[in-house]
Write a protein that binds this ligand. Structure first.
Ligand code: ATP
Ligand code: MG
Length: 551
């Protein structure tokens, strides 16, 4: 395996050299309240990658300690996505909800040590009492209750004897701490909503800051890698672990910069709004930056991993241009995808001097750089389709495709010339009457001759093609907060029917990816494509049309 290097791997290498830990244990801890997106993939590749490289292990743990919004459906999707990326999470998936009993015992232990108390201040009061960066906090009037009273009240909270919001359990740390996170944080709250795994067994649920470090410790995680927004929480993480874990090897939290990707949003909350408001067709819509969406779109795990390797892991946040991801996809598919002929917006061409009923076949390589991928025969006959864009009545300067005056080569075949243009009532070109040059196969190919793609009618099947564009018109939609939906690209999906592709595609598996010569990469949709009607998704166009458009 090619070795990667970054500041986290350096820390781990040093820790192992100094024998601080016998072996590395990392984890990826998603909350099952939505589908994973490509930002999560950064964390997955980092955590699983490190475990593989250093001969350790990486746990997949559902961080499911808040019943609100968590669902079995998301658990299934998360597992599928991690597997799809090609990572191994050992025997089984772990669940923080399996530690509820242990976490409860930890809370009781804190109370017994005089380091936690039940507090009846309202959420607003807690917030005010906490102070601010410039203002020290004020102690809760409930702070100095006896251990016995706290134990009794906490037990009552657990048994459901209090209403939601009427009290919480707080850690007793330091209301004067310059780090606000340490000003007696809430560690348990009452929630009477059923949990998707534990049902109505619990009336209280641990807060993330409490459950997370202790779940890491329970699992023997050595390096707890998270994103920068948790930097201030590290002191709290260390406090809980220091108070409650006796083992000498304690997990070490290390923060890195999250991935931000242009022209999309990477937040489950915002993504779920796109789903709920039906702006997209579900979490796996091919325009979504979710792993399920990217998979359906035809992106590959290799391309995603290559992208993440190129952007690396560091501590400075930035907005990565999505065109880098598209570039990686192109790079990967260029090598993998067999070439086929596809015509997106067909116009009929009748080759007048080619006899009716006659046909010929031409041998075409399936991949120009990979002879081992073999070749196939494509049919040539009197009636073919070409793309609307490959014919122009009034060609702009430099146009090298078919015009009323000029000649163009059909890829792998003859040259044709246009003789007559037939239009529909709306004035749109419907059909071209052309002639072919029977000697043009042997003719010397001059450097600059125009070449277009085509497909014989009798070798074509009509398919639906879905062309995708970026979901947002601005680079950083999340910066508009709740207004982000105003920047949805109204042209992010265009459906074409009928488009024509080689008949052989009818035999291919859903998910297969092809390069339509001269156009781009297309993949058979894994959800909507059927034997009777193929549906193909645009993965990426061959050229980066955005950079080209830029001045
Ligand atoms: P979101 O902001 O999308 O809701 P989250 O952080 O709340 O994400 P979790 O399920 O808690 O979602 O995330 C699991 C792990 O993935 C966390 O360790 C988190 O740090 C990491 N992660 C989430 N988003 C990104 C991102 N954009 N880049 C890198 N890592 C991320
Ligand atoms: Mg989270």
């Amino acid at each position: 395996m090619e070795k990667q290097s970054d500041f986290i791997r350096e820390i781990i290498e040093k820790d192992l050299k100094e024998k601080k830990y016998p072996k590395v244990v990392t984890r990826f801890p998603p909350e099952p309240n939505g589908y994973l997106h490509i930002g999560h993939a950064k964390s997955i590749c980092l955590n699983f990658g490190i475990a593989e490289e250093f001969g350790g292990k990486c746990n997949l743990r559902m961080d499911d300690t808040d019943p609100e919004g968590e669902k079995e459906e998301y658990v299934r999707a998360i597992i599928e996505d991690v597997k799809w990326l090609g990572f191994d999470f050992g025997e089984k998936v772990l669940y923080a909800s399996d530690y509820f009993e242990k976490l409860y015992d930890f809370a009781v232990e804190l109370i017994k040590k005089g380091k936690a108390y039940v507090c009846h201040l309202s959420p607003e009061e807690i917030k005010t009492y906490r102070g601010s960066f410039n203002e020290p906090g004020k102690e809760s009037p409930y702070r100095n209750r006896t251990v016995e009273e706290n134990l009794r009240l906490f037990e009552k909270m657990k048994n459901g004897e209090f209403e939601e919001g009427s009290c919480v359990l707080r850690a007793k740390i330091d209301m004067q701490s310059p780090n606000i996170v340490l000003r007696d944080p809430v560690i348990y709250r009452i929630k009477k909503e059923p949990h998707y795994r534990t049902g109505s067994k619990w009336n209280i649920y641990p807060m993330y800051d409490f459950a997370h470090p202790l779940s890491d410790a329970i699992e023997g995680v050595t390096h707890s890698i998270c994103t920068l927004e948790f930097e201030n929480n590290r002191a709290l993480y260390d406090w809980f672990v220091g108070e409650l874990i006796s083992e000498p090897e304690k997990p070490k939290q290390i923060e890195f910069a999250r991935l931000n990707l242009s022209h999309t949003v990477l937040s489950k909350r915002l993504l779920s709004r796109l789903v709920e408001e039906k702006i997209v067709d579900g979490w796996d819509d091919p325009r979504m930056p979710t792993l399920a969406g990217l998979r359906r779109r035809g992106y590959t795990p290799d391309a995603i991993k290559d992208f993440l390797k190129r952007i690396g892991v560091a501590r400075n946040e930035n907005l990565v241009d999505v065109s880098l991801l598209e570039h990686c996809v192109r790079d990967d598919l260029d090598w993998k995808a067999p070439r086929v002929m596809g015509v997106l917006r067909p116009i009929e061409v009748i080759i007048e001097n080619y006899p009716e009923g006659k046909f010929e076949t031409f041998e075409c390589p399936n991949h120009p750089k990979r002879p081992e991928m073999g070749s196939r025969k494509i049919l040539f006959a009197r009636e073919i389709y070409i793309d609307e864009e490959d014919f122009s009545e009034n060609p702009p300067p430099g146009y090298r495709r078919l015009t009323p005056q000029g000649e163009v080569r059909l890829r792998y075949s003859y040259k044709i010339k246009c003789k007559e243009i037939i239009k529909d009532e709306a004035g749109k070109v419907k059909r071209l009457i052309c002639t072919y040059d029977p000697d043009s196969l042997k003719a010397e190919r001059k450097g600059k001759e125009g070449v277009i793609h085509w497909i014989a009618k009798s070798n074509a099947i009509a398919v639906e093609v879905r062309l995708y564009d970026r979901l947002f018109t601005v680079p950083d939609p999340a910066s508009y907060a709740e207004e982000f939906l105003k920047y949805i690209n109204p042209k992010s999906l265009e459906i074409l029917f009928p488009a024509y592709v080689e008949m052989q595609l009818g035999e291919k598996e859903p998910g297969s990816v092809f390069q339509f010569e001269r156009l781009g990469y297309f993949c058979i949709d894994i959800k909507d494509s059927q034997k009777e009607k193929l549906v193909l998704n645009l993965v990426v166009p061959l050229k980066d049309t955005y950079s080209k458009k830029a001045p």
